[in-house]
Design a protein around this ligand. Structure first.
Ligand code: HEM
Length: 556
């Protein structure tokens, strides 16, 4: 009845408007909700409204979220809808009261499973890895911007298998040993720069992680700062791709039919294809540089060189290898520097932890030489500190989404094929039932046994002895974790050997305010809110020993 009444009404409305504009089929441009609804309920009107809808979708298909500057306000569409990136929720303080181990929901028709405990993540992503190892389709980030070549986003297919095998060989625990000298050099540079310019600690972390990964990947010369044009270009790519990968950033990811729109009507598509060509040139030129040095016999050890040498065994094309190295940079640089930034915050807010680390370094290393990797077995507290930094504030708090390739059941819950699986790591790690009542605190001791020796800690069985889920689960777990662990260890040991990190003070000697719970969300990676820090040498000779070591490492 109501339907009939409304049709009658709209007919009369249209008749009146048409009369007002003789000869015009389209009456006027009134877009009030009532009028649009009336228009839509007539047959001709429906065509007009649908047409308008298509125009609007095409025009605004570059999501407005992209234009929001990075920060807690830059929430992705689906994340917004679910409250997934709500601060309180992420930090997990109230989570246990509110949420179950596993939450199932749908957003715009997409089934989503949020894993709130390590136990559930291990059970599904690890033990049932054969059907939980796909990645969701990401049209803009993966297909357009990176030509389906960017490794962490690859579907669970043959290209992923070949890439995984190849990178596994270059990044195994043993393979990473050949990069120890490069990492030590970066640790020394990081420490000297932090003492010389304490106001820019976060930049020093970023430079060190970037420079290390460039050396390891391409045997690139040490970066003095972040002004290198190639590196800037790679960072622009990372920023572009991580924003594009945020759920809902582009409408085409929600409405895949839009991919068939011609480029001239879909600017986002034109820009995606254009930028792919640009990044392809960048990654291929970096890879070719390594190959030509290899041919001329001048190459130092690097992942790109190893990939090239094993290319026939791993059946990877030149383009696949070039993008694989680019993807390793994207996966390794920002994650490592972000972990160091969270660690810096932990140091200035937990002076007693720092004191214990200083004592260990004084006892084991002394003050006349810089720590090396061979000290690691005797520095359990520093090792525990690296584990705790990874646990306390994971750089990727929602990991990277997995996707299911078959229907499944879990605890009486039906999980359809194509479900997006998000591990809520901050919630998992701040769970008192898993990590104790002090789960929210930075306490490296949780990874030490009664004799003070390093141990896997809580949740060891579910995390392949890591004691945390920060490197992910199952077949898609982080392939660079040995490189990351070794980098974190040597950076933390060297900085603390030489320096004390404290809260910055203003001219009147008052502590500068610090937002310990603040964070900056860059799409996938979440960093601490910028903070100020005071860094002082622990003993007078620290600076000269660092300078001498710098010269020595340069010559080696
Ligand atoms: C502290 C540093 C790091 C953190 C926190 C981290 C974290 C992660 C996480 C959460 C994943 C997704 C796991 C999953 O899907 O279950 C991942 C995947 C990956 N990581 Fe890392 N990572 C770090 C360092 C590195 C480094 C140094 C590299 C290499 C140079 C690297 C290479 C990769 C790659 C290639 C993948 C994709 C694996 C796949 O899809 O099969 N990561 N990482």
């Amino acid at each position: 009845m109501g339907g009939n009444l409304s049709v009658g009404n709209s007919a009369s409305h249209l008749a009146g408007d048409t009369a007002a504009l003789p000869g015009s089929w389209f009456p006027h441009f009134d877009l009030s909700p009532d009028y649009v609804w009336e228009l839509a309920t007539t047959r001709g009107g429906l065509v007009v409204v649908l047409g308008l809808a298509v125009i609007l979708v095409v025009r605004y298909s570059r999501s407005p979220w992209r234009r929001v500057p990075p920060g807690p306000r830059g929430l992705p569409l689906i994340g917004n809808a679910l409250g997934l990136l709500d601060k309180t929720w992420l930090f997990g303080r109230e989570c246990k009261e509110k949420y179950e181990d596993v939450m199932y929901l749908t957003a715009l028709g997409q089934p989503i499973l949020v894993l709130n405990s390590i136990k559930a993540a291990a059970e599904l992503l690890d033990r049932r890895a054969s059907i939980y190892s796909d990645r969701p389709r990401m049209i803009m980030a993966q297909e357009l911007l990176s030509g389906s070549l960017i490794f962490p986003f690859l579907r669970y297919d043959d290209r992923w298998r070949r890439s995984r095998r190849a990178t596994h060989q270059c990044l195994s625990k043993t393979a990473v040993l050949s990069y120890h000298n490069m990492l030590r050099e970066e640790a020394v540079l990081l420490t000297s720069a932090s003492l010389a310019d304490p106001g820019a600690l976060e930049n020093h972390f970023q430079r060190a992680a970037t420079s290390a990964i460039m050396s390891v990947l391409y045997s690139y010369p040490t970066l003095e700062n972040e002004e290198d044009e190639t590196v800037k270009e790679i960072y622009a790519f990372i920023e572009r791709i991580s924003m594009a990968a945020a759920p809902g950033a582009y409408l085409v990811d929600l409405f895949p039919w839009m991919l068939h729109l011609p480029e001239r009507f879909a600017r986002w598509k034109y820009e995606g294809i254009r930028d792919f060509a640009r990044y392809n040139t960048l990654f291929e030129s970096l890879h070719k540089r390594v190959v030509s040095s290899l041919v001329s016999g001048l190459e130092r050890p690097s992942i790109s060189a190893s990939l090239f040498k094993g290319s026939s065994r791993n059946k990877l094309s030149g383009q696949e290898m070039a993008w694989l190295s680019g993807a390793l940079f994207a996966a390794g640089a920002e994650t490592t520097s972000t972990t160091m930034k969270w660690w810096g915050l932990a140091m200035i807010t937990n002076p007693e932890v720092q004191r214990r680390a200083h004592n260990e370094l004084d006892t084991v290393v002394g003050r006349s030489r810089i720590p090396t990797f061979s000290d690691a077995p005797n520095l359990p507290y520093i090792q525990a500190m690296a584990k705790e930094a990874l646990r306390w504030r994971p750089a990727l708090p929602l990991s990277i989404p997995h996707s299911t390739t078959e229907d499944d059941w879990y605890n009486g819950m039906f999980i359809p094929k194509g479900t997006l699986c998000l591990t809520n790591l901050w919630q998992c790690h701040w769970d008192p039932s898993a990590y104790g009542d002090d789960a929210a605190q930075f306490r490296p001791e949780r990874f030490l046994d009664a004799d003070g020796k390093i141990m896997s800690g809580p949740q060891a069985a579910e995390t392949h002895d890591d004691g945390h889920g920060t490197y992910g689960f199952g077949k898609r777990a982080c392939v660079g974790k040995h490189l990351a662990n070794d980098s974190l260890f040597i950076y933390m040991a060297t900085v603390l050997w030489a320096a004390t990190l404290e809260r910055a003070r203003d001219q009147d000697g008052n502590e500068v305010p610090l937002d310990t719970d603040g964070f900056v969300d860059t799409g996938t990676i979440v960093k601490p809110a910028p903070y100020e820090c005071k860094i002082t040498p622990r003993f007078p000779e620290a600076v000269s020993i660092l300078a001498a070591e710098k010269e020595l490492l340069k010559c080696s």
